[in-house]
Write a protein of this length. Structure first.
Length: 280
């Protein structure tokens, strides 16, 4: 049986979510597919630490089961690839064994895997890939599904893979001004309202983007690109842990005229994806 787990992006709340502020995340159409089958060769200890951890938490031995993993998610860009790989492998191993697995249990097992890579994850990535859809997440609390009665189109622009790991970026933010974290939390509440009421989103995404720049999670080249996009009328923010030295991962872009933004991205040879919030 093939298992699919979606990737995610953060609409708001990266980093501030680590300090107890809310985050808004959305599951993507792109994700990870995993198939588990009987291990005929009896010799496939996966080299990858994350996959080894997924086998460990699922209490399955590599001698017994083999997994094949197909990923549509670029690694390290902030699209939840590590949480989605862990979730898909664990789900596939449970399905192979014929064991039941609740979403809550899967979330807890993915959290164990995330701790290997991240140190102190808030849990927003595991929650987003396990539950999918549009979620409101506060660390340690049950998630809330947000319902929109309209669709918000987004462009996701690849600014390049960050040189820093998520763990390093979270540690860096730990050294920064806590007032910015509080302000980011307030913006997340406003973004929720703007999504629900369908107004004011472009300005709020820019406010959030500029606070994240102030926090220091965007590189100079990402800030320059964001400014160019803002001149074209877009709302722009880094989505995910970000990166300071070179690439900062994904830029989330909203605009009443996304075609213009897409043409700009094309012309500048930027990789981008179109997605949306609020559709099924
Ligand atoms: C990473 O997708 C989100 C961060 O806030 C880290 C976390 O919440 O664990 C940067």
């Amino acid at each position: 049986m093939q298992i699919f787990v979606p990737g995610k992006i953060l609409v708001s709340g990266e980093h501030s979510v680590v300090y107890g502020e809310p985050a808004i995340a959305v599951g993507l159409g792109m994700g990870i597919r995993v198939e588990a089958r009987s291990n005929a060769s009896k010799s496939s200890n996966p080299g990858n630490e994350l996959i080894r951890k997924a086998f460990e938490v699922a209490k399955v031995s590599f001698d017994e089961v083999q997994v094949s993993i197909e990923s549509q998610l670029p690694e390290g860009l902030g699209m939840g690839s590590s949480a989605a790989v862990a979730a898909a492998v664990i789900k596939a191993l449970y399905a192979f064994k014929g064991n039941d697995l609740s979403q809550e249990k899967l979330f807890n097992l993915v959290m164990e895997c995330e701790r290997v890579a991240h140190g102190n994850p808030s849990g927003v990535d595991p929650a987003a890939v396990v539950y999918g859809g549009l979620i409101w997440f506060v660390k340690g609390r049950p998630i809330e599904f947000l319902k929109l009665n309209h669709q918000v189109d987004l462009l996701l622009i690849d600014t390049g893979k960050p040189k820093e790991s998520t763990k390093e970026m979270v540690e860096y933010v730990g050294t920064r001004e806590k007032k910015t974290i509080k302000n980011l939390g307030l913006i997340t509440f406003k973004i929720r309202r703007a999504l629900e009421q369908r107004s004011g989103l472009v300005d709020l995404i820019n406010e959030s983007g500029k606070l994240l720049e102030e926090l220091g999670i965007a590189s100079e080249k990402t800030i320059a690109l964001s400014q160019e996009l803002r001149i074209l009328g877009a709302g722009v923010k880094v989505s995910g842990a970000g990166g300071r030295k070179d690439g900062s991962g994904i830029l989330l872009v909203v605009s009443p005229d996304l075609d213009t933004i897409a043409r700009f991205a094309d012309k500048n040879k930027l990789t981008f994806w179109r997605t949306n919030i609020g559709s099924n």
